[in-house]
Design a protein around this ligand. Structure first.
Ligand code: C2E
Ligand code: CA
Ligand code: CA
Ligand code: CA
Length: 274
């Protein structure tokens, strides 16, 4: 902008400026985070509500920055997506999760988050195939969690890709259902094996009638489309009781367990809970 005398003036916004600088710095550092061994995975159990048994684990990425300490994936994943680092990082996550899960009880599934950007990777299907073979992990034990933003672009291409992934025997879950762009149309048109109700509804459902109504509607939708529904973000017994009342069969959240690091000797086995 210019002032009355034609001089350039800068509307200084400290927050924004600082933010942009941090993002640029993180973007650079993300490019070296794999070789510097700064990533690790934590695993959060997913439970069958009726028996309480663990049915699998979701892998969640953690970045321990040498100076900043733990950086949230909500902060660095979008940066990795913008700069393209997500391809290498996403592949690292898949490889690491598959390698670890191959050591577990063979009844346990491993759920891995796939960025919408990764669906743009030309050789994604081949990469997944190679990783499964290298790890010795049966494809049916892998489930990829994607959000609907993954398919808002070229739907024909996305459908083709998801069908190829499914043809490998790998499962596909729709993550964060109820937020963003989720539409009934997509659920019907795409081959999903699971719907994950977003935690924002589950967390509010006990006190908020609208949230309860949404949870109920998603469960009804799952039943009529014959797609299992998992509720994420279950923190309390009250929330779990509400979910049971509404007929929810699978759940995940702090109530059952926080995401945690697994050492080799802690390889999970199928256990009962509650
Ligand atoms: P998400 O896939 O929806 O993962 C669920 C998030 O909710 C995780 O946050 C998890 O730690 C948190 N959570 C689990 N149970 C509870 C609960 O009972 N209460 C509450 N309040 N939160 C709960 P996290 O690990 O910080 O991950 C945030 C997001 O970052 C993920 O959301 C996902 O979108 C992304 N992300 C994490 N790891 C990866 C990855 O390996 N690849 C990609 N592409 N994205 C990832
Ligand atoms: Ca997820
Ligand atoms: Ca989610
Ligand atoms: Ca989310």
């Amino acid at each position: 902008a210019k002032n009355g005398r034609g001089e350039h003036i800068c509307y200084y916004q400290p927050g924004m400026d600082e933010n942009a600088r941090t993002r640029r710095q993180l973007a650079t550092e993300l490019r070296h985070a794999i070789e510097r061994d700064e990533f690790h995975l934590v695993y959060q159990p997913q439970h069958a509500v009726q028996s309480g048994a663990v049915i699998g684990y979701e892998a969640l990425l953690r970045w321990v920055h040498p100076k900043r300490g733990l950086v949230s994936p909500d902060e660095f994943i979008p940066i990795a997506e913008e700069t393209g680092s997500i391809y290498a990082i996403g592949e690292w996550v898949l490889r690491e999760a598959a390698r670890e899960a191959a050591q577990w009880d063979p009844d346990l599934k491993i759920a891995v988050n796939l960025s919408p950007v990764q669906l743009q990777q030309a050789d994604l299907v081949q990469t997944i195939t190679d990783i499964l073979v290298d790890a010795g992990l049966p494809p049916r034990r892998l489930e990829l969690e994607i959000t609907e933003s993954a398919i808002i672009g070229d739907r024909t291409r996305a459908l083709h890709l998801l069908r190829q992934i499914k043809a490998l025997g790998v499962g596909i879950a729709m993550d964060d259902f109820g937020t963003g762009y989720s539409s009934l149309d997509t659920l019907q048109a795409f081959p999903f094996d699971k719907i994950k109700i977003d935690k924002s509804f589950v967390l509010k459902a006990v006190s908020n009638h609208q949230a309860t109504a949404i949870v109920r509607a998603v469960l009804a939708l799952g039943r009529s489309l014959e797609i299992p529904v998992l509720a994420e973000g279950v923190e309390t017994e009250e929330q779990l009781a509400m979910l049971v009342r509404e007929g929810c069969t699978e759940a995940q959240g702090y109530y059952y367990g926080r995401p945690r690091r697994l050492k080799p000797e802690q390889a999970p086995v199928v256990t009962e809970h509650g």
